[in-house]
Design a protein around this ligand. Structure first.
Ligand SMILES: *Cc1c(COP(=O)(O)O)cnc(C)c1O
Length: 838
């Protein structure tokens, strides 16, 4: 029942029922700011912290987002439109303040109004903690996609988990990674809005039983469950200057009030309260594994918690607007699964439709398999999720029953298509047999989805030929490619203001929402005056990067050196090791007085290693040890400097991408599904040195082979090399690599830590090294030399830099999302409703 009486007719003061739009100018911002700063937070001008100014400004902006948010929601309801839900265990959002200012077109007004109050925007901005609710590329992709969906005015809602602790903070102590918990919400989160009225109950454990419904029909149900509450928190996702505000809904776990009441009544009050913790632990922490399955029970709980809560929420809305008739549900709803992490949604949607809403299997399956779409993110076998059947049996017994039934029906279809082909049935089964049978989550996702996509052309192709070959043979029409992209708002307009201004002046402002317009820059690459301005901007961005490196690493990077940057999660397949071997090679040549190395360079490497990934952590140690030797040697450091930047995250990338000359994208071919760091660097005018892997291939196609430094084996050559790989033979025949190995093996970089790098040395020398580091070394070394020589030709390099930005238009996530919408989602755009009464 509404607490509001309808006074609209009788009210003596109608103005109380209409809300005037909030002012969008410097004075309006100042008023809002002062109100929250002084009245809500009780601060005055003597306050030293920039946290309160940040919070006051954030809430001032949130008010302006809020009025547009309601209009967007209202328009979606009115339009009764088809919608998409982007389900992801990760959203790597970074900071929200500058992004909200940019998208609301309030950056200048806010700077001005703060300045008049004696405050510096640049300092206030720093007070915001990154929302690090993701590991790397997969989580950042989800964040870029939300920005593009709002900008394209598509009715898309993100669903994720509200982790209390995001991605750990990385410290470097004695050259080694140390992890610290990231309590990012400790001081509150001004961007979120709690929605307790939409709380859902999520079942776990218990057992299943048969019963007869009121029609005498035999049904199954899940009983004696231990329920956990899912409480939603909404985060506004502003489109670019279009008044659309979409929603990211994050679920937080809470204990039910009656939690373990039995124990409570038995007098063990502390035990019963302690048990509450167990429920609340579900959303306590993000698992810090990137491209790696972790197999922990709590992780499966997180996955089901997200799937179940989000589907219940969607069905609740469906029932509110459409009633209990599900016949058009699949026409109006689509779930996009970000990797297999939320793949249990296939079985959970079946369960809710059958057990909670009385649908028959066939009707429920028709809806489910027309509603789900799955994006695959990796070919690495260690990342393929499988869950033990026994874990499912205990934690999600009803879900396991449904998975078994899906599998039985599916395998009879396979048997009909390929009679007698038992091996094929075994290969395609959702259950991997063995001592400890496993549920194959990727297969569950494929059976239950109408679309299966990879994230770059090569990756989608390899999926069809390799991992999903049998599935492709069965259902070729399901398979498609959607090459990743990144949002040009955050990754160009927001993080590189000087370049944005030059672009606006040169080609107009339309590029921000139509990045293909950047191609109009290409002719300016031949204009010397334009190149000079481009150079000035790059130098300014390099100076900013330099200041960051000086303050976080204590190392001076001279802006006239070539800035060579590799930042991404530390993983063997990404080959940070190859990079540091090349650094050792340069060091060795400089020490031998062989000075013809092209331009002097600063090498910057950064990224987090999963806490249990010992080899990745050892590579961080090696990078830091090499950096120490190089930087301490005066004869070397005038030509070469090396730093490891700690705690690589979104807000750090916003400074690195604009200040980079050379972008390192050097994964073993066939291993990097797409990469998106490569796109951010390209957009900001860095030139790539890379292998033919992931989206590098498409980057090179667009920018042209003259403007890309290519090296290394192809994916096909990598596969052919396996089985007859002889790294020791390669090392023996390549003097440069032999000398590098000599330095490593002599303990030159670990004089007081004998033998610590042996696992790395043994890996490089192993004929079973999956990453073929030695195989690509010489090609990499020669291509690096070419890059450093090219860099000395300033005009040539500037031309390459300009052309990289000019041809980066394809890598806008607006293009990616337009393709998802054209081929998979098929949503109509919706404009927000006009301003109205509250
Ligand atoms: C873009 C981005 C990534 C992905 O980088 P790749 O080089 O594609 O692996 C990872 N982490 C952060 C913080 C990013 O911004």
């Amino acid at each position: 029942m509404s607490p509001f009486k309808d006074l609209s007719e009788s009210s003596p003061n109608a103005s109380l029922f209409t809300l005037a739009p909030l002012p969008m100018d410097a004075d309006g911002i100042a008023q809002g700011f002062q109100h929250y700063y002084a009245h809500t937070f009780g601060r005055d001008r003597d306050c030293r912290s920039s946290y309160y100014p940040y919070k006051a400004l954030a809430i001032t902006l949130r008010d302006r987002l809020m009025e547009r948010w309601k209009r967007t929601r209202h328009a979606h309801d009115q339009a009764n439109c088809r919608r998409t839900y982007y389900l992801s265990l990760e959203f790597l959002m970074g900071r929200s303040l500058s992004n909200a200012l940019l998208n609301l077109d309030l950056t200048d007004a806010t700077r001005q109004s703060l300045y008049q109050m004696g405050l510096l925007y640049e300092e206030i901005e720093q007070a915001e903690m990154d929302a690090g609710l993701g590991n790397g590329g997969l989580g950042r992709l989800a964040a870029c996609f939300l920005d593009s969906c709002a900008t394209l005015q598509l009715p898309v809602k993100g669903y994720g988990l509200r982790y209390e602790y995001g991605m750990f903070r990385q410290l470097i102590e004695d050259g080694r990674q140390v992890e610290e918990p990231d309590h990012w919400m400790r001081d509150g989160n001004p961007w979120e809005l709690e929605r307790p009225e939409y709380t859902q109950r999520i079942p776990f454990f218990g057992r299943t039983e048969e019963y007869k419904d009121h029609n005498g029909r035999s049904c199954r149900r899940w009983v004696d469950t231990h329920d956990v509450l899912a409480v939603p928190y909404d985060i506004p996702i502003p489109g670019y200057r279009n008044d659309t505000i979409n929603t990211l809904r994050l679920w937080s776990a809470a204990a039910t009030d009656e939690f373990d009441l039995g124990e409570f009544n038995a007098g063990s009050y502390p035990e019963s309260v302690a048990a509450k913790n167990d429920a609340e632990h579900i959303t306590m922490v993000l698992y810090p594994n990137d491209a790696n399955e972790c197999g922990k029970e709590l992780r499966l709980r997180q996955q089901f918690f997200l799937a179940s809560a989000s589907i219940k929420d969607v069905i609740r809305e469906w029932v509110r607007l459409q009633g209990r008739d599900f016949s058009t549900f699949a026409d109006k709803n689509c779930f996009q699964l970000n990797d297999t992490h939320p793949a249990v949604s296939v079985a959970e949607l079946m369960r809710q439709l059958m057990d909670d809403h009385g649908l028959e299997w066939e009707a429920a399956w028709e809806i489910t398999s027309r509603t789900m779409a799955y994006t695959n993110h990796t070919l690495l076998p260690e990342a393929l999720e499988r869950w033990p059947v026994r874990l499912f049996q205990q934690l999600l017994p009803r879900i396991l029953e449904i998975i078994y039934e899906i599998n039985a029906r599916f395998l009879s279809l396979v048997a009909a298509r390929w009679p007698g082909d038992i091996d094929r049935q075994r290969r395609l089964s959702l259950i991997e047999e063995g001592d400890d049978p496993q549920v194959r989550m990727a297969f569950l996702a494929i059976v239950g989805s109408f679309s299966v996509n990879g994230v770059a052309a090569l990756h989608s192709d390899l999926l069809k030929k390799g991992l999903f070959r049998d599935w492709y043979e069965l259902w070729p029409e399901k398979f498609n490619n959607k090459t990743n992209g990144v949002t040009p708002r955050r990754w160009l307009a927001m993080c590189n203001e000087p370049l944005r201004d030059l672009l606006d002046e040169t080609i107009g402002t339309g590029w921000v929402c139509d990045l293909s317009q950047l191609s109009r820059l290409a002719p300016h690459a031949d204009d010397a005056a334009f190149r000079a301005r481009w150079d000035d901007i790059k130098q300014a961005n390099k100076a900013r990067l330099s200041r960051l490196v000086a303050s976080t690493c204590g190392i001076e990077f001279p802006p006239e050196f070539m800035f060579d940057v590799q930042v991404k999660r530390i993983h063997e397949y990404k080959r940070q090791l190859l990079n540091i071997l090349h650094v050792i090679h340069l060091y060795n040549r400089i020490k031998h007085g062989d000075g013809d190395l092209g331009a002097p360079r600063c090498v910057l490497i950064g990224g987090k290693a999963a806490p249990g990934y010992e080899m990745a952590k050892l590579i961080i140690k090696l990078i830091n040890n090499v950096a120490k030797v190089v930087n301490a040697d005066r004869s070397v450091s005038e030509r070469l400097r090396v730093a490891f930047i700690p705690d690589y995250r979104v807000s750090v990338m916003e400074i690195l991408a604009p200040g980079t000359d050379l972008s390192e994208q050097i994964s073993t071919a066939g291993k990097e599904a797409s990469g998106t760091g490569n796109m951010k660097f390209m957009m900001n005018g860095a030139v790539t040195i890379g292998t033919l892997d992931g989206a590098n291939i498409e980057i090179r196609e667009r920018v042209g082979e003259d403007n890309f430094f290519l090296f290394g084996l192809t994916a096909e050559e990598v596969e052919r090399t396996r089985g007859n790989y002889d790294p020791n033979g390669i090392i023996a025949h390549e003097p440069a690599l032999q000398e590098v190995m000599g330095l490593l093996e002599s303990g030159h970089f670990n004089q007081f830590e004998k033998g610590i790098f042996d696992p790395i040395i043994n890996g490089i020398r192993s004929p079973h090294d999956p990453w073929l580091t030695a195989a690509d070394f010489d090609s990499y070394r020669r291509t690096q030399l070419l890059a450093a020589e090219t860099y000395k030709d300033r005009e040539r390099w500037l031309r390459m830099s300009i052309l990289n930005t000019a041809h980066s238009g394809f890598f806008s996530s607006d293009r990616t999302i337009a393709e998802y919408n054209r081929d998979i989602w098929k949503l109509d755009t919706v404009e927000p409703s006009p301003f109205g009464s509250w």
